[in-house]
Design a protein around this ligand. Sequence first.
Ligand SMILES: C[S@@+](CC[C@H](N)C(=O)[O-])C[C@H]1O[C@@H](n2cnc3c(N)ncnc32)[C@H](O)[C@@H]1O
Length: 289
Amino acid sequence: MIPMACRRRVQCIPPSKSPPSKLGGDFVDLWPIVQKWVAQVSLTLTADTDRASRVTLNGAIMLDILRHQIEYYRARAPEYDDWFYRRDRYGHGEAHTRRWQREIQRVRDRLYRVSDLGHILELAPGTGIWTAELIQIGERVSALDASPEMIAINRAKLGSERVDYQLVDLFRYQPARQYDMVFFGFWLSHVPADKLPRFLKTVHDALKPGGRLFLVDSRAVDLAKNRTGTANLGADLQRRALKDGRQFDIVKVYYDPAALTETLRAHGFDIEVEETENFFIYADGRKRA
Ligand SMILES: C[S@@+](CC[C@H](N)C(=O)[O-])C[C@H]1O[C@@H](n2cnc3c(N)ncnc32)[C@H](O)[C@@H]1O
């Protein structure tokens, strides 16, 4: 049977229950050991650094998950805002929406503590939920996303000449200049653990000494009551479903605030990660001068 993780968007090589027919002799005896190894090990293949190719706990080899993550957000762009505004499948009643909005407001208040910034770099801006805030606190925003659909919605919503957009794969990105602030919302959780050090170095390179770093992301959620088809697959992977039923497997890392604080500090930032009561983690700090 094809493992769950192989059925849809992710290209998989399912583990075989019997040895390849051409092999014989000693290798046949070794086959149970090979199977056990494939079933247990979880590692990222580094031969092609553009690909996050994984051997997962269920033995499926998943190729190109980061490319599929881009495809997922390209396809999700028209319905993305339902999540943030708690509409449709994401609605859990008025009390829940009020809690969500109150916690977002806490993050927003923190963001507005400094509001005379120059040039802000926003990574993975999506439909512009935060771009709209950033343009209030900075003179210019450069917004870098890998989805043309997200960029089109963002541009149409904001219509601002003070925002420039670039179609960029952040796993290949090298900043050509330094900014007064770097912001990313709900992006860090999509960076696989093995790519985090390089990503944080990129952020560090992109900031002027003393420049501001602000991030907001998700706290781990109880998926028991979700009506969106989201399921945790283990190994920092999640299955997501669009309204039309199409499924995608993506990276989703939930961070412990203390551990993430330590990691960010080790990468040259004076920062502390905080959390709201239910939904979010956020951090507001600076690149060490
Ligand atoms: C969860 S959304 C966050 C959007 C926005 N920051 C927000 O808070 O609403 C993730 C965004 O990352 C973008 N993305 C996914 N993979 C990417 C990649 N490799 N490089 C750049 N952007 C990527 C998606 O297109 C999407 O806009």
